[in-house]
Design a protein around this ligand. Structure first.
Ligand SMILES: Cc1ncc(COP(=O)(O)O)c(C=O)c1O
Length: 389
């Protein structure tokens, strides 16, 4: 059976050029980038070239980009690091939203337990934060605003430029979890007006286990990992040069292919959307109609029209060789309805009957048709078996 991968939001297959760049650095440049001898200098040179490449991609300076183990670490570092620095200046309040990734939500929850006030902003029916709510929530006590650029479950894009401008006027640092948006839409730290952002390389055909945090010069932030003086004392530990080389190659490709990828992937999404609209009654599309990432299509079966068990559909699709998820990969497997869909106003049963298709560079027209055929077959089977509850 030919398997069809439609879970590119969870992760992407590394590009062959990324694998080549990673393996080349793994084999030949094994020196410790902090060593002063020639082996170390060679590794350092690859590391710094990679940093330059990534900085250039987001219009940052090289000394504002720090490697991390991925998106989760970047989110933790930005939120806890900026909040703790704020606390030193008497600020103990954090503003974020109910639909953030758990890397953000759990970071603010741990700060809440240590005495911070956390303001969780609501979202509208499309999953976006209203900039006016940010304006109203900011107070002289606010240490940080952290809001995602685009949602990983439904793909809606927040009005970050506007929100960051509000934070800037109030003198509050602004972080954005840009993990899902990188490589799909242009991310420019200056245009967006961000003080910090988070990146994970595996979301755009790079290796897993590496990402970055951008921190604008002058932003007050505590170090994340203590030990040696690597990453300008912000993140101690021997640097992972091969993964950094793969990451930089992925960023280079993502930048070069941005328009081409956008057009093709968005076209496939539109095709899937019209096929599903034609096949199913009572299908609800989640997220913003136009302000959305090109690769995510989240659909729910309206419980008042067709009560269906989402997990049975996902498992049925897997048996048909189609890999999709019901929400973020981090919550798949759990029976809980997605916090994002509930916050957007979906009822619990509808939220649980949700499928997130996410399309990527390797997806073909034929795969889109086969996936739609498979969904029709599985939904009929699940409805007949009466697993809708
Ligand atoms: C929006 C968002 N933030 C953070 C993360 C966490 O990234 P990682 O799993 O690479 O640490 C993800 C991954 O799904 C994500 O989609």
């Amino acid at each position: 059976m030919n398997r069809i991968y439609l879970d590119y939001s969870a992760t992407t297959p590394p590009d062959p050029q990324v694998i080549d760049a990673t393996v080349a650095a793994l084999g030949s440049s094994f020196g410790n980038a902090s060593s002063v001898h020639s082996f170390g200098r060679e590794a350092r040179s690859i590391l710094e070239q990679s940093r330059d490449r990534i900085a250039q991609w987001i219009s940052a300076r090289s000394d504002e980009v720090f490697f991390t183990s991925g998106g989760t670490e970047a989110d933790n570092h930005a939120i806890k690091g900026i909040a703790l620095a704020g606390a030193r200046a008497g600020k103990n309040e954090i503003i974020t939203s109910v639909v953030e990734h758990h890397a953000v939500l759990h970071s603010v929850e741990s700060l809440r337990k240590s005495g911070f006030d956390v303001k969780l902003l609501p979202v509208d029916g499309s999953g976006r934060v209203n900039p006016d709510d940010v304006r109203k929530a900011i107070s002289p006590k606010t240490a940080l605003v952290s809001l995602m650029l685009a949602n990983n479950e439904v793909g809606s894009i927040n009005r970050i430029e506007e929100i960051a401008a509000i934070a800037r006027v109030a003198g509050v640092p602004m972080h954005s979890d840009t993990v899902q948006a990188m490589g799909k839409i242009r991310v420019d730290v200056n245009k967006l007006g961000l003080d910090a952002l988070s990146i994970a390389a595996h979301k755009f055909y790079g290796p897993k286990g590496i990402g970055a945090i951008y921190i604008r010069k002058g932003t007050r932030i505590e170090p994340f990992m203590e030990g040696g003086s690597q990453e300008s004392n912000r993140r101690a530990g021997t640097e992972n040069v091969p993964l950094a080389a793969g990451f930089a190659k992925a960023a280079e490709l993502a930048e070069a292919r941005l328009d081409q990828d956008y057009r093709r992937i968005f076209g496939l999404r539109e095709k899937l959307k019209s096929r599903l609209t034609a096949e199913f009654k009572g299908l609800l599309f989640n997220g913003h109609e136009t302000e959305c990432l090109p690769h995510i299509l989240s659909v729910s079966f309206d419980s008042s029209v067709t009560p269906l068990d989402g997990d049975a559909i996902i498992m049925g699709l897997d048996l048909e060789g189609v890999a999709v998820t019901s929400g973020s990969a981090c919550t798949s497997g759990s029976l809980q309805a997605s916090h994002v869909l509930l916050a957007m106003g979906r009822d619990e049963r509808t939220a649980r009957a949700t499928i997130r298709f996410s399309i990527g560079r390797l997806t073909t027209d034929e795969e889109i048709n086969l996936a739609a055929d498979a969904l029709k077959k599985v939904v009929e089977r699940v409805a007949k078996a009466g697993t809708g509850h």
